[in-house]
Design a protein around this ligand. Structure first.
Ligand code: UN1
Length: 497
């Protein structure tokens, strides 16, 4: 066992304990006897200090030319690359995902840093003709101010990068509130930001509980924008508070993503996609495949293939290179998934494989749940609610139209996938699926950082992270008119007879 890390808040360029001195613990979900880190249980006073620092730093950071801001972000990409392996090991230890996936998590942060750094020399606005003579009109992007970034544990490096890096290149200052399950990953990341050379107060880190630190940030009058990734329930309350306190808010919430497999699909391709989509990150992705909508002509064959391959998946600690499916992040998640299995039984689901907490002796100190396949009807809670675990529900359909209707029949709309060789169906799917992301012949996971990420219905609130759309979250548009006629020109009036 390695020595536990002591994580601190990072406020105004200083590493600090919570003002109350209280701490919390982060433990390895593959073996809860192993303490990964202790971290501050911050309260309102710590949040206040971070807001003061971020507000002060904003006054000068917003005036740093964007290409110069971007150079620091480029430096983040270099440092992340340099520390990729170390950081990936820490991710595996702290939240359980297998090492190969943890490396991908860091890589997504690197990709985002490269992309955001490039944006420093773009941040384009528009020029447009004025309706008046000798008058110039243009739009420019302005930073929003101080941004509170509330990030989840499932992508402890990628998601804080998605939020912080575009925010910073646009000239905002930020306060990161990481999930209480991954404080050590967030601390490592912010150490990298510090080393990259951001001035004090530009990026701040406040650890603690959602109920305490998250709430204090969302309610704080000194915060201009909240970017939140997490459950739909918490997101709704964050959104309500931001509405009441006039803050801009970007919400990324739940999903109930489906992969459709049509009768003409390449079944082997659809199979590897389904296994990766459903059981990658132990199903703990917003984009995870939690429904497989199968055409009746291939259902039996595909299901048999799926069960056979699922039975061979190797569960274990994320740090073991042979592990394919890691643990769930904590005991509450394990209980949540177990509870959904009880619901599945009462709803008459057939459990085709798995369905229980893993029983192997070597896993008994971790939060492991067996990869699970259920056969159910589409009008059940299992088919409609987000589970966030290694559980996938099979639903049989008789036609392409029925497949799309079933796919759309949930309160969410994040990711979606269709396996077919029919180009007409592929284009119909792109048009008719209600989701922010659609894959053709690929699984529901695998979003790249230069495309918009987000969803419709209860998944989001109309914003998109990543891509150039992230700039719309982190900037305000300003319209600027320059009249060089030397006289008063009244628009809509003086140019009319
Ligand atoms: C998430 O689960 O919130 O497409 C993010 C994917 C990853 C990002 C997932 N690139 O699954």
């Amino acid at each position: 066992m390695t020595t536990p890390l002591t994580c601190r808040n990072y406020i105004n360029g200083h590493w600090l304990s919570a003002q109350s001195g209280a701490t919390l613990e982060s433990r390895n979900p593959a073996d809860w006897r192993s303490l990964v880190a202790t971290f501050p249980r911050s309260l309102t006073a710590d949040v206040d200090a971070a807001v003061v620092a971020a507000r002060r730093a904003y006054l000068s950071w917003r005036l740093v030319p964007a290409p110069a801001r971007a150079e620091l972000i480029y430096r983040v990409s270099e440092l992340l690359l340099q520390h990729k392996e170390e950081l990936a090991q820490l991710i595996s230890q702290e939240m359980g995902k297998p090492l190969t996936e943890a490396r991908g998590d860091v890589q997504e942060g690197i990709d985002c840093a490269l992309y955001s750094a490039g944006e420093g020399r773009r941040l384009f606005g528009q020029t447009t003709p004025s309706e008046m003579p000798n008058k110039f009109a243009m739009t420019v992007r302005m930073p929003v101010g101080v941004c509170a970034l509330i990030s989840p544990w499932n992508f402890p490096v990628a998601i804080p990068c998605w939020k912080a890096l575009p925010a910073l290149v646009c000239g905002n200052t930020v306060i990161l509130k990481p999930a209480e399950d991954t404080p050590a990953c967030a601390t490592f990341l912010v150490q990298i930001f510090q080393e990259a050379g951001f001035k004090e107060g530009v990026i701040n880190l406040v650890h603690g509980l959602g109920e305490e630190v998250g709430r204090a940030l969302v309610e704080h009058p000194g915060i201009d924008l909240v970017s939140f990734t997490g459950s739909s329930e918490t997101g709704a309350s964050v959104g309500a508070t931001c509405g009441r306190t006039h803050k801009r808010v970007c919400l990324e919430m739940g999903g109930k993503n489906a992969q459709v497999v049509m009768e003409d699909a390449n079944l082997e391709l659809a199979l590897v996609g389904a296994l990766w989509g459903a059981f990658g990150t132990a199903g703990q992705r917003c984009t995870a495949t939690s429904r497989l909508i199968l055409h009746r002509d291939i259902k039996d064959k595909f299901t048999a293939m799926l069960i056979e391959r699922t039975s061979k998946l190797r569960l274990g600690s994320g740090s073991d290179p042979l592990t394919e499916v890691g643990p769930l992040v904590n005991s509450a998640q394990l209980q949540r998934v177990s509870h959904y299995l009880e619901i599945a039984h009462t709803e008459g689901a057939s459990v085709l494989i798995g369905g229980q907490i893993a029983k192997l002796e070597e896993l008994k100190h971790g939060y492991f749940f067996q990869p699970t396949i259920l056969d159910i009807s589409p009008d059940t809670r299992i088919a409609r609610e987000e589970i966030f675990g290694p559980v996938v529900a099979l639903i049989e359909v008789s036609s392409f139209e029925e497949a799309i209707a079933v796919l759309n029949d949930t309160p969410y709309g994040l990711s979606s996938s269709v396996y077919t060789r029919d180009v007409n169906r592929a284009f119909q799917a792109m048009r008719d699926i209600e989701a922010g992301i659609t894959y053709i012949n690929g699984p529901t996971i695998g979003a790249e950082v230069h495309l918009p990420f987000g969803g419709v219905k209860q998944t989001g609130n109309g914003h998109r992270e990543a891509g150039t759309t992230a700039l719309d979250v982190f900037t305000e548009w300003k319209s600027v008119y320059v009249d060089f006629s030397g006289s008063l020109q009244r628009a809509q009036i003086d140019n009319r007879a």
